[in-house]
Design a protein around this ligand. Sequence first.
Ligand code: AMP
Length: 282
Amino acid sequence: MKVIGSIVEMHKASLDLRNKRKSIGFVPTMGALHKGHTSLIEKAKKDNDVVILSIFVNPTQFTAGEDYHSYPRDIEKDKTTASDSGIDYLFLPSTDEMYPEGYKTFVNVEDITEPLCGKFRLGHFKGVATVVLKLFNIIKPHKAYFGEKDYQQLLVIRMMARDLNLDIEIINMPTIREGNGIAMSSRNRYLNQKEMVSAAAIYKALKISQEMVKDSERISQKIITEMERVIKNEEGIKIDYISICDPDTLEDVKIINDRALIAIAVRIGNARLIDNCIVEVR
Ligand code: AMP
């Protein structure tokens, strides 16, 4: 595995690969790698000649008062994980090179960045879209891999790729979970044992929502109320939102008639956790 820290060097390596007609798969991450990340890597390896992984804790996607400084950083362990999972290039750009003094350009995807997490993390998706476009320009991948756990992020990247005519295929992969159903996340490292047990209520609530839809419940508010009840039963969880919405536009759905996204964000201790599922009515 080749580790690259400079943008110029990464540019050059990617150009060389393209000139050699190698297909490039790209997995962008913020590190503290877990099985969710490695599932993206495995898929990228299957699909491409070469896989590039980036680890960059992107300051512009953290809003004021969020966990930018305390975000888990474990670069030595990540290097081992990356190398063990067969990564060809590990790109570790510096913050100073990504955002030099006088940096002024940001990507703003409208509308779908406003509901759900957009309401609670003002400017978050602007930071996400910006850093992903920068990484795309540096790495020049043919395909890029994103997890469905961060559903709204995935939608934002897809829309950016479509609207800005990026010649990159965006591929989504299912959420990888712990044994008790909790979606794997670098931020799970913030949870103590008791909080980890409480966090299982998120998945439990999603499961109950799926059951209710299966049992012909169509009224979103009834499902949301039941999910809230399950979550509030657990100590120390604060709900940011529970939303039942259109999976493409993220607009609220009052009556579930076909496909709907059920998305949830909560705070437990120092962690803000998100999860979601898609339900379908035939
Ligand atoms: P992050 O390092 O948290 O920014 O995540 C990097 C990529 O991994 C994003 O595309 C995430 O959606 C994806 N990812 C994070 N957690 C999971 C998970 N539990 N299952 C599948 N993909 C994930």
